[in-house]
Structures are given as C-alpha cells and as structure tokens.
Design a protein around this ligand. Sequence first.
Ligand code: SAM
Length: 236
Amino acid sequence: MNKRIVTLAITMSLGAWAWNLAAQQRDRPPGGTRGGGADPALFDAVTLPKDDAEKNILAVLSDMDRTQRRGNMTVPEQDGRILRLLTEAVGAQHVVEIGTSVGYSGTWFCLGLRRTGGKLTTYEIDAGRAAQARANFKRAGVEQLVTLVEGDAHQEVVKLDGTIDLLFLDADKEGYLDYLQKLLPKLRPGGLVVAHNMNTRQADPAFCKAITSDPNLETVFLNLQTSGISVSVKKR
Ligand SMILES: C[S@@+](CC[C@H](N)C(=O)[O-])C[C@H]1O[C@@H](n2cnc3c(N)ncnc32)[C@H](O)[C@@H]1O
C-alpha cells in the first residue's frame, strides 16, 4: 500500500480517538462519576419491614388495598408511604386526620407513630366506615395509638385539646378551608398541613389560595399527575 495513504489512515484514526476521548471528558460530571443509564427498576423502592410488627402492619395494609379500596376512597399506597415518611421526619407526637374512611391512611400514619411515640386522632362521619376502621386498626395491632372520633368533623374538631404536629385533610374538599381555619392555630411551629386530592379537578380554589398566600406557610405540591398532595409547613 502507498506509504502516504497508510500514514493518512493512521493520522485520521488517532484524530478520531482523541476527539472521542475529549468528548467523554467534557460530558463527565464533576467528581468523575458517570451518571445516567440507571435501570428504571432501581427506582421501584418498596417499604421493607424492620421488625415483625411492621411486617404485620404492612400485610394488613396490603390486604386493605386489595379488598377494601373500592368505594372507600382510600389514598394510593405511594401517598400512604409519603404520610408515614412525613410523620417520622417531623417526629410527630400528634397527628390529626380528617376523613378516616376504613383506616388505610391512618394505618400508614401509625407505622410512623410507632417510631415517634406519637398518637393519631382521626375523624369519620360514616358509622359503617368507622366500624371497619376500628377493626382494621385492631388487626394491624395499632388500636392503642388511635382515637377515632365519630361525627361531623366540622363540629368535633373545635373540642380538640393540645397541639398538632401534622394535620391531614382528606374529607369533604369544600370543607378544607374551614378545617384549616379551625386547626391552624393548634398546629405547632414547624408542623405540617397535608391535604389530599389537591389537583385541578378536585381542589377548592379558596383553600389553595389560603395555603399559598399566607406568609406564615411554605407550601409545595406533590404527585400532581396522580392524586395531588399539598404539604405546608408552619414557619417557626
Ligand atoms: C377520601 S375518604 C378518606 C380516606 C382515608 N383518608 C384513607 O386514605 O384511608 C373521605 C372520608 O371522609 C369522610 N367525611 C366526609 N365528610 C366528613 C365530615 N364532615 N366529617 C368527618 N368525616 C367526613 C367520608 O365519610 C369518607 O369516609
């Protein structure tokens, strides 16, 4: 082969190799670790039980999700996990829930409250659902953590004593503002107001305005593509 052609081919190969190397260096994130390309399955985190009691509670939650979800409007599992996480994160001693239904989200709260040493007060207007919730709390072994108040929460919450660390609103959507006005004074600084079904279809605009225009609150919205959750912290 002609010596000049061989030299040209070698020069071009070396050039291409050097160019690729430079591109790789340029795209590498600071710190040297290459990111990207993670298997989506790596993001399928599930709750891993830490002890037998937690294993039992998770089994009851899974059964409730399979057999009692329909017609009872319980939160999706992912939202339940967020509620438990928030409970533990703020070290909640007192969680107040408006809208118990059959106790699904309440049982997620109890997973966190077992660790913080706290208690749940939960309100339900429907006697049938309240009875079902009591049975579910019992078989999950968390009934000693729960006070279930049966009746109209709009009237019942004014009788509530003590401070609240986390307030969860998941009952009549048009009632959220009234619950907020009645219970925000009882929320401790650093405490959270968490509201469910905060999407454009279901959320009450007056409530949205109240939690986004009060300088004493810092509000973010999560899971907007699914059920929609607002989380507001009462500033210290
Ligand atoms: C969306 S469900 C609650 C689901 C529950 N948080 C869960 O995820 O397991 C709403 C519940 O609020 C109850 N509810 C509606 N208005 C109420 C009121 N004024 N006082 C108390 N409970 C009420 C309904 O009967 C219903 O069971």
